[in-house]
Structure formats: structure tokens, C-alpha cells
Design a protein. Structure first.
Lengths: 117, 365
């Protein structure tokens, strides 16, 4: 079912709005016009991942070259630095098969609705 | 004890010696270079010597009947090593040549490496085709080293490039001309302690400081391979040179599982520092790096060694070596006697044959 967790305008810039739904801590992110809902638990060591940085990262490249990309699409855990796709929850570029849990989210009339089973 | 049953053997770490150091090499140096070395014909020794008779790492009982240092007579070595243990190929790596890293002068070091190579090609490989050479290079001038690889790397019996290390980690682009040439010739890079580590300003430093005894520096050898292999993997050497192989000889191997785990763990954390890696770091190690067996490690319980073999995929990564004629040499008749036959075959022969292209060698060269 969909849970209304507040107004879109309440999400602070560059940070997650961290809230609880039925005892589960989740973070809501608003980046470049997109809203994401992520469970606030890193699958690696259970860190509060939504307190980590939303950032970009280095894309696969040739040796000795750096190519920065995915700006605003990466959630980096504040503990060990594991990087996940904000969109899919998948660990980036094959570092792990483990995913961070994401939830469908919708904005209607400026209000945020998160779908949780 | 029942003799170990091994059908075919390749010995990946054998040490020939040239009596008189540079004096013995004079016929292989140009007249001008002979003059350059005039009055200084002895290669320097590390001050921390083995606490053995005559302070040498060479076994006293390996002295040839005609005299000279153990390992200096190819006919005697043929008898006591190749024939006695039925060794099909013996890879000659001159640690004596490895001492060139103490020379700060690239012209001198390059000339010595070339002379060592010509000496062994002429005096050993022509004598018995079972002798194979890990040709030596002077890393002082990587472009000249690459030239040397291209000069003799195609010669029959040259099967590896022995790279005595400077205090520059192997992932550094400084060495890339050498890797390019080795890959081009299909020769693996062989690293081995040179006995100079921690003793000279140009040679490899030991981690944490300067050891104060032979027992310390000998125990610490694995550090060198550990740091250099981590450097190669993370700097992307095996992405840049996808056919390059490395043999870490006499650096031990019980640490290999640990380094693989640490590399992978840190890659999951900090992949963005090395975005050029296309797979887990440990996979590069397993695909590109091999380790020699001597000195066989002696854990508290024998079964621990088998567990380490499983962790390091020894059936793929470990290669038998004697280290003849050094004091801590191992021989086939009492080494890995309880291993299952298929694994034994891999360690005593197949892994080395693949690394050194030995079967192909017989057909094409």
C-alpha cells in the first residue's frame, strides 16, 4: 500500500529525508527532479546508508584515466564507501551482488507517496 | 620413506654461479666495458650474511669436484640435479646477476645483464637443452632492458625475463617498456629476491625499516612480492598488458589468500580509485601470477598447508622449485608427497609448462 510521508518541499537539498514507515527506516531523496525511496540499511554491514552522500563516481575506464559520471545517481555508504545506484539499488560495477532495498515512490500534488508491501 | 612418485618435473628456480663475479664475465664484456670495471670486479654482498659456513647461501656440499662455487659447473649440476631427480627442464635464474641493482649506473648494469645472458646462453644452454634461461635485465634503463629482451628473447631456451627490482613498485609506468617487450615475446616476468633488499640505496626497501639480521630479512621476503603484486593489480598492469604473466619465485605463498581477500575487500570499498579494473582484483592474481614452492612452508599442522593450497588455487598457481644449490633447497623425493596425483602433476609440471610455454617451445623453436 502507499504511505504518504510528507511534502516534497520538506526534503532538504542534497540530503535524504529520513523517516519511518511501519518501523522501517527509509530515506527519501530528491535529485535532479527525481524522487527515490531507499531503505536506510546498507546490505554490507547494516550502516544507515541514507546518511551517506548522493554523488557521482568514476565510470569504467582505461588504465590511468578517470571519467567521472552518474552525478546525482549514486548513493555512497558513509561507512565503507560501497556505491549503489539510487535508481535500482544495485551495487555499482560489479562490486557485489547485494542490493540496497528501494521502493516505488510517487509525487501527487506536492505530496510524496511510498509503496510498501 | 617411500620415494615420491612424480612422472615429470620442471624445476622453476635453479641458481647457476659464475666464479669470480665480473672477472668470470670479462670474456663477455666489450674491451671498453672491461676497462670501466677495471679494479672493481667483485659484486657487492649484503652485509647481513647467512649464518652458515663461509657466510654464503650456497651449500658447501654443492661444491663441484673441480672446485669453484656450488652451482658454477653445469656438468656437475647436470649430474646431481637434472639426472638425479629426473628434471625435464630447469629454469636458471642468476641471483648473482640480480645484484646489478646495487649499481647506480645504468650503462654498467645494462652491460652486466647482457654479459650474464650471453654467458649462460653460451656456457650452459648449449651444454644441455634441459637448461632454460630466465634472462636478466637491468631495470635502470627500461628502454635498454626492452632492447635486451628483443635481442635474445626469441633464442631457443630463453623462457622468462628475470627482473631484479629497484625500489619502484612494479605497477609503476616506469617498467612498462619492459612489460611491453616481454608480452610481445611471450615471456613471463620472473621476480626473485636478489639478496640486496634493504642493503643498498637503489635496492628494494623492506617494510617498516631496516632488518638487523639475516633471519629477519629472510623472514620478511614475502613483503616484497606482496607490495609489488598489489601495485601491479591496482595500477592496471594486467588490463594494459592482458597477456603478461608473472612468476614470484621464492617469496613464499601462504600469504596469497590474505592478499587476495584484502584486495577484493578494498576494491568493493574504493573501486572508484581504480575504475580500470574489469573484474575482482583477486581474479587478476589468479589469472596472471604464479608462485614457486620452495621453501615449502611449514605450518603447525600439515593439513593447514592443504587448506592454504585450496584457498590459493594451488592446482593452478603453484610451481615446484628446488632452489638448488642454496641451503634451503627442496627436492622432489620428499616434497608434497601426500598430494593427490592430479594436483601433484599440476604443481610439478603442468603449471610451469604452461607458464614458460615449454611444450610449444619444443615444437616451434
Amino acid at each position: 500500500m502507499a504511505f504518504c510521508i510528507g511534502e516534497l518541499s520538506h526534503i532538504p537539498a542534497g540530503k535524504a529525508l529520513i523517516t519511518e514507515i511501519n518501523g522501517t527506516s527509509i530515506g527519501i531523496f530528491f535529485e535532479d527532479g527525481e524522487v527515490y525511496a531507499v531503505r536506510n540499511v546498507c546490505p554490507h554491514k547494516l550502516a544507515p546508508i541514507c546518511e551517506g552522500a548522493v554523488c557521482g563516481t568514476m565510470l569504467p575506464s582505461k588504465p590511468s584515466q578517470f571519467e567521472f559520471g552518474l552525478e546525482g545517481k549514486v548513493l555512497r555508504c558513509p561507512w565503507h564507501g560501497w556505491e549503489f545506484s539510487l535508481e535500482t539499488g544495485e551495487a555499482l560495477f560489479g562490486i557485489s551482488n547485494r542490493k540496497v532495498k528501494t521502493y516505488p515512490v510517487e509525487v501527487k500534488d506536492g505530496m510524496i507517496y511510498v509503496e510498501m508491501g | 620413506m617411500e620415494a615420491n612418485k612424480v612422472n615429470k618435473i620442471i624445476d622453476a628456480d635453479v641458481h647457476p654461479w659464475i666464479n669470480g663475479d665480473i672477472k668470470g664475465l670479462l670474456p663477455y664484456l666489450s674491451k671498453s666495458m672491461q676497462k670501466v670495471f677495471d679494479g672493481r670486479l667483485t659484486l657487492p654482498d649484503h652485509p647481513l650474511r647467512p649464518p652458515l659456513e663461509k657466510s654464503t647461501s650456497i651449500r658447501l656440499d654443492a661444491t663441484p669436484p673441480g672446485g669453484g662455487a656450488g652451482g658454477s659447473d653445469p656438468i656437475y649440476m647436470r649430474e646431481v640435479l637434472l639426472n638425479r631427480y629426473n628434471i625435464e627442464h630447469a629454469i636458471l635464474t642468476s641471483v648473482q646477476a640480480g645484484k646489478i641493482v646495487v649499481y647506480p649506473n645504468p650503462i654498467e648494469a645494462t652491460a652486466l645483464a647482457r654479459a650474464f645472458n650471453d654467458y649462460f646462453l653460451n656456457e650452459w644452454l648449449t651444454l644441455d637443452s634441459r637448461y632454460k634461461l630466465a634472462m636478466c635485465i637491468a631495470v635502470h634503463d627500461p628502454l635498454k632492458a626492452a632492447e635486451e629482451i628483443r635481442r635474445i628473447g626469441h633464442e631457443r631456451g630463453v623462457v622468462a625475463v628475470f627482473m631484479p627490482l629497484f625500489n619502484i613498485l612494479m605497477g609503476n609506468s616506469y617498467y612498462y617498456p619492459i612489460y611491453e617487450a616481454a608480452e610481445e615475446l611471450g615471456l613471463p616476468i620472473l621476480i626473485h629476491p636478489t639478496g640486496t633488499e634493504g642493503g643498498f640505496s637503489t635496492s628494494v626497501s623492506m617494510a617498516g625499516g631496516v632488518p638487523s639480521s639475516y633471519i629477519e630479512r629472510h623472514t620478511d621476503f614475502p613483503q616484497i612480492a606482496y607490495g609489488n603484486l598489489v601495485s601491479m593489480v591496482f595500477e592496471g598492469v594486467f588490463v594494459r598488458f592482458p597477456k603478461l604473466k608473472v612468476l614470484a619465485a621464492e617469496f613464499g605463498y601462504s600469504w596469497v589468500p590474505s592478499v587476495m581477500w584484502r584486495m577484493d575487500q578494498n576494491w568493493r570499498n574504493f573501486r572508484k580509485e581504480v575504475p580500470w579494473l574489469e573484474k575482482e582484483p583477486s581474479k587478476y592474481l589468479l589469472d596472471h601470477v604464479r608462485f614457486t614452492s620452495q621453501p615449502v612452508e611449514e605450518p603447525e599442522k600439515g593439513k593447514y598447508l592443504m587448506q592454504i593450497f585450496e584457498m590459493m588455487h594451488a592446482e593452478k598457481t603453484l610451481i615446484f622449485s628446488t632452489d638448488y644449490p642454496h641451503w634451503d633447497n627442496d627436492f622432489p623425493d620428499n616434497t608434497f608427497t601426500t598430494l593427490p596425483e592430479p594436483v601433484k602433476q599440476r604443481i610439478f609440471y603442468d603449471n610451469a609448462a604452461e607458464l614458460f610455454n615449454l611444450n610449444k617451445l619444443e615444437i616451434t623453436r
